[in-house]
Design a protein around this ligand. Structure first.
Ligand SMILES: NC(=O)c1ccc[n+]([C@@H]2O[C@H](COP(=O)([O-])OP(=O)(O)OC[C@H]3O[C@@H](n4cnc5c(N)ncnc54)[C@H](OP(=O)(O)O)[C@@H]3O)[C@@H](O)[C@H]2O)c1
Length: 543
């Protein structure tokens, strides 16, 4: 057995609810060996590849960017993007990539703004957002060129994670424009989650919005897209039965542990929960709902554990009465593990809490609980190193192994997914209409610039005719007059180019007006805003 492979060897592509839309380029490489974690912290896995080489190749191509701009203008692949920027998602999810990869790509929330800044510094990226959860690492961007945008983001992912570009390409999926938006809406609705309908993903989508507030690069399109996704998530949860049963990754983790324990030991198995955050709390609650009356909870600080105790007391309906939750600080973790049959881990630690050398000295567990100490780790990055699987007497499960539990209710999943489709379609239509209305923005800008050029030229002509001794006051009056005339003349056309729902104009009408104005004033012949943006980015990058 390859000692580096984790228990997620059960990873398979058979479960792909939206596989028609996901462009998966190759099969996952199960034998993949890991490397350094994104922060340079050494994980259990051995290093094999050399991502630095990949990055070097990328850097050398930077010099060719200017000629690439020429190519971009004539490339058929980019014909569409000449009209407007594209929304693109470059993602690796629980359906396409194993946890070993996802954990290296994961970006903690505190670093999202920095990541957005770096992404928007790439030549063809205008806006960006990072959705990094235990199920997925997805980067949403507005790209000036689809092809080049995808390439740059993939290279950036490789650089930050240490995973070679070729490996990322094997496991990534790419979706564009409407498909990308639809995917995010499904994600937010909990339809793409491993545990269908779980509500935590909606909280995570909202968190992306919140932490993007005021971040340069979390731009208008991306902001609106996540805002609409949050609406979809809320609507699907309130208007359908998707949330029925209070499902979560934590409840699936408890179900998995119970599946693995002999039935006779369900009430007596010694339960240890490490981490008392959102997920830890849900593990505790689910254990209680399954009849567990005594457990140990290890956390760095006691407050969260005390709060969970209080919450359970407040909610106490029969089952939670007399539940004993014993708090122990983090340094006691191994001592507590020695006295536990099942260890649930759910912390946001960036490095593993358990390695082989910690676990191999733990006393064996009794045959009444199956003779194996179960580690159920729902953390990404993982809290239990894959090397722990090598320890005799230990059985490690990670978030990918929950597939075993969720596969059981496939029909229910499909039915729930159907219920949510119409809400997603409705909100998608609204978002697309909003985005279409932005089409007119370049024409508005070009028309204004065209008028301004004429105004300025005529104003200067007038000044030169009037001579040098013209009083400041008169000069200002003439300038104001010229601006006033231009603004009044532009008011009508500008109004007819706006489609913001404040009047009855339809989008078709507005687009027709836009084309007419483009023709009348020959605005298309100006250097496109698009091209301007790319040139500006390249020039900035070269400074
Ligand atoms: N949220 C989700 O929907 C979800 C779903 C599935 C899996 N997960 C995974 O579950 C894990 C926990 O997520 P969460 O949402 O519960 O996070 P959370 O609410 O932020 O809680 C984080 C927990 O981790 C502890 N912690 C943080 N750094 C630690 C360290 N270096 N050593 C030991 N403990 C540390 C915290 O302890 P203190 O209280 O002392 O700060 C807290 O108990 C993450 O790996 C996440 O990817 C989350």
């Amino acid at each position: 057995m390859n000692h580096c492979s984790s228990s997620s060897a059960s990873f398979s592509r058979s479960y792909l609810p939206y596989q028609q839309q996901l462009k998966i380029f190759n099969k996952p490489n199960r034998g993949m060996k890991g490397t350094l974690s994104r922060n340079g912290l050494i994980r259990c896995e051995a290093v094999e590849s050399n991502p630095a080489l990949e990055v070097e190749k990328i850097d050398s191509s930077k010099t060719a960017v200017l000629s690439a701009l020429e190519q971009l203008k004539t490339s058929a692949a980019d014909r569409y993007t000449k009209e407007r920027s594209s929304i693109v998602v470059i993602g690796l999810s629980v359906h396409t990539a194993p946890v070993e990869m996802r954990e290296k790509l994961a970006i903690p929330e505190a670093e999202w703004p920095r990541a957005i800044g770096e992404l928007c510094g790439l030549n063809h990226i205008e806006e960006a957002a990072v959705l990094s959860t235990c199920n997925r690492m997805e980067i949403y961007v507005v790209a000036l060129s689809q092809h080049r945008g995808v390439k740059e983001v993939t290279e950036w992912m490789s650089k930050t994670s240490g995973i070679p570009v070729s490996e990322i390409c094997k496991h990534r999926f790419l979706l564009y424009n409407k498909d990308a938006t639809q995917h995010l809406f499904k994600v937010s609705a909990g339809l793409d989650s491993l545990v269908l309908g779980e509500g935590q993903i909606l909280a995570q989508v909202k968190q992306v919005l919140k932490s993007g507030e005021g971040v340069l690069g979390f731009g208008r399109n991306i902001h609106m897209m996540f805002k609409c996704a949050s609406t979809v998530g809320k609507r699907v949860r309130t208007e359908t039965n998707i949330a029925a049963g209070a499902v979560s990754v934590s409840s699936a983790a408890v179900e998995l542990a119970l599946m693995k324990l002999p039935k006779s030991s369900h009430a007596t198995a010694r339960m240890l929960v490490i981490g008392a955050g959102k997920m830890g709390k849900l593990v505790i609650k689910h254990l209680v709902s399954k009849g567990c009356t005594k457990m140990v909870v290890v956390n760095r600080s006691e407050e969260k554990v005390a709060a969970i105790r209080e919450e359970l007391k407040r909610e106490a309906k029969g089952e939670a009465k007399g539940v004993e939750i014993n708090y122990r600080p983090l340094p006691d973790m191994l001592a507590c593990s020695a006295e536990a049959d099942v260890v649930f881990t759910s912390t946001t630690s960036e490095t593993p809490l358990f390695l082989k050398e910690h676990v191999e000295y733990l006393p064996p567990v009794s045959s009444e609980v199956g003779g194996l100490r179960l580690f159920v780790d729902i953390s990404v990055p993982r809290n239990v190193g894959s090397c722990v699987s090598e320890v005799e007497g230990a059985q490690v499960y990670n978030v990918d192994d929950l597939k075993e539990v969720v596969a059981a209710n496939k029909e229910d999943r499909l039915r729930k997914a159907m219920e949510a489709q119409s809400i997603i379609a409705e909100e998608l239509g609204e978002f697309e209409a909003w985005r279409d209305s932005l089409e007119t923005v370049p024409t508005l800008k070009k028309l204004r610039a065209y008028a301004e050029r004429i105004r300025e030229a005529e104003f200067n002509k007038c000044l030169s005719k009037m001579g040098d001794d013209i009083p400041k006051k008169s000069k200002k009056a003439i300038e104001d007059l010229s601006r006033g005339i231009v603004n009044k003349l532009l008011h009508g056309p500008m109004q007819h180019l706006r489609c913001d729902g404040r009047d009855n104009r339809t989008l078709d009408e507005v687009l027709e007006n836009m084309h007419a104005l483009n023709r009348m004033f020959d605005l298309e012949s100006d250097m496109s805003l698009f091209e301007q943006k790319i040139r500006e980015k390249i020039e900035k990058g070269q400074k």
